[in-house]
Design a binder for this molecule. Structure first.
Ligand code: ATP
Ligand code: MG
Length: 393
């Protein structure tokens, strides 16, 4: 039996004259994603992409899960393809659908006749296929036209008939590579991988910058961050991770500055370094996992003090979210379990007992006068190493 995966466009439907540019990037991304699962033909027609396996070796389950991760699609489904003959359609429905309806309590069939020459009307198609399903399932499922567990769509198109086994939500968003490149400040926590995912979903290629403070942070903490980057890259295809050491900066801060300002001063160093890396790597924005009021360095005033040292836009997709909302996304994208592994972060070593929550920028700048900021930045920048994590591209 012929089976295809159908992927329905999301937002790019609205792109008017630019649609074909978005479409090209979307299809290229999908082809790259699917290459790991076998040889597939990928073609598109009227805002639907048809993915058809070319031989028996194709992993349809793997390809289906992968298509659900692809940014740019609103919904994904699997469908059997059959000749436009009612008897053949019913036979195919009986053979194909039970595996997909197993364990479900109710269903309905929605017939749709794009080819108006087809002899049955849409309601007649629904009734016939519904009857065939009830027969095949032998009382294990019931019809519910109002609130079914599964909606089976039978579509008579110009070429063939498609028996769709129920539609699943796609990842949504915009195809990767349609919205420039951004630099994510990636810690080992819960929030920053989520922030990276959310911005990547808007079509942005995301590179990451991680700060470590060896030996105050461990080798294992670095591995954890690389693992997180790989988990995000399962959705985005690839992630370059730059790592910079803040050890010397932190030691100098402890020696020469007031404790209450440590975190803010450190965050300004992080922003300055991130801005330099972003510009070198052609990233047009910084991305962080900050959420308003979550900790002392994330009050409005504290954020203003850190933003004052960068001229790039800073995207903070978690800014208005509660921890619970962020955790829900972290679970969905599969980063949560790794994020909660207990390894130290450079922000959690040398933390002040009473960090400033309402800092005055003049006082922060006065503290910086105790340091040779430029030399420290140069030194830290020279410690940069890069890991290139590739999942499908
Ligand atoms: P996360 O926000 O990722 O869960 P966290 O809450 O422990 O970790 P915070 O101290 O709240 O991190 O830091 C706020 C933001 O600053 C992070 O979301 C991240 O974007 C950035 N950040 C913190 N530590 C680091 C680090 N070691 N390297 C790079 N960026 C960092
Ligand atoms: Mg946080």
């Amino acid at each position: 039996m012929r089976e295809v995966i159908l992927c329905k466009y999301g937002e790019i439907i609205l792109k008017g004259a630019n649609k074909s540019w978005f479409e090209g990037i979307l299809i290229r991304d999908l082809r790259k994603r699917l290459a790991r699962y076998g040889e597939f033909e990928v073609r598109y027609n009227q805002s639907i992409v048809y993915v058809e396996p070319q031989n028996e070796d194709c992993d349809m389950d793997g390809a289906f899960e992968e298509a659900k991760r692809a940014f740019g699609f609103a919904s994904i489904s699997r469908a059997a393809v059959v000749e436009k003959d009612m008897e053949k359609i019913c036979e195919c429905a009986k053979e194909y659908l039970p595996q997909h309806l197993f364990g479900k309590r109710t269903f309905k069939v929605e017939g749709k006749r794009s080819d108006k020459r087809f002899p049955l009307t849409s309601p007649q198609i629904s009734a016939e296929v519904g009857g065939a399903i009830l027969e095949a399932m032998g009382g294990r499922i019931k019809v519910d036209v109002n609130n079914p567990d599964v909606t089976v769509r039978v579509e008579i198109r110009n070429d063939l008939a498609y028996i769709n086994s129920g539609s699943h939500r796609g990842a949504g968003g915009m195809p990767i590579g349609t919205n420039g490149k951004g630099l994510l400040l990636l810690s080992g926590g819960i929030d920053s991988p989520v922030a990276g995912y959310m911005i990547a979903k808007r079509g942005v290629i995301v590179e990451a910058l991680h700060f470590e403070s060896f030996p105050y942070t461990s080798e294992r903490a670095r591995e954890k961050v690389l693992e997180l980057a790989e988990l995000v890259a399962k959705h985005t295809g690839r992630m370059r991770v730059h790592i910079i050491s803040l050890t010397k900066i932190q030691e100098e801060l402890v020696k020469h500055c007031e404790e209450d300002y440590f975190t803010l001063l450190l965050r300004r160093f992080m922003m300055k370094l991130a801005t330099r890396v972003a510009k070198e790597k052609y990233c047009n924005a910084l991305i962080t996992g900050e959420s308003l009021g979550q900790v002392a360095s994330q009050t409005m005033k504290a954020l203003a003090v850190t933003d004052a040292v960068t001229d790039l836009p800073v995207f903070r997709p978690c800014i208005g979210m509660d921890k619970e909302d962020i955790v829900t996304i972290a679970r969905k994208i599969d980063t949560y379990e790794t994020s909660i592994l207990p390894y130290e972060d450079c922000c959690t070593v040398f933390t002040p007992k009473h960090p400033r929550t309402q800092p005055e920028i003049e006082k922060v700048e006065a503290q910086e006068k105790n340091l040779d900021v430029d030399a420290l930045l140069e030194d830290a920048y020279n410690s940069l190493v890069t890991h290139d994590i590739r999942v499908y591209c």
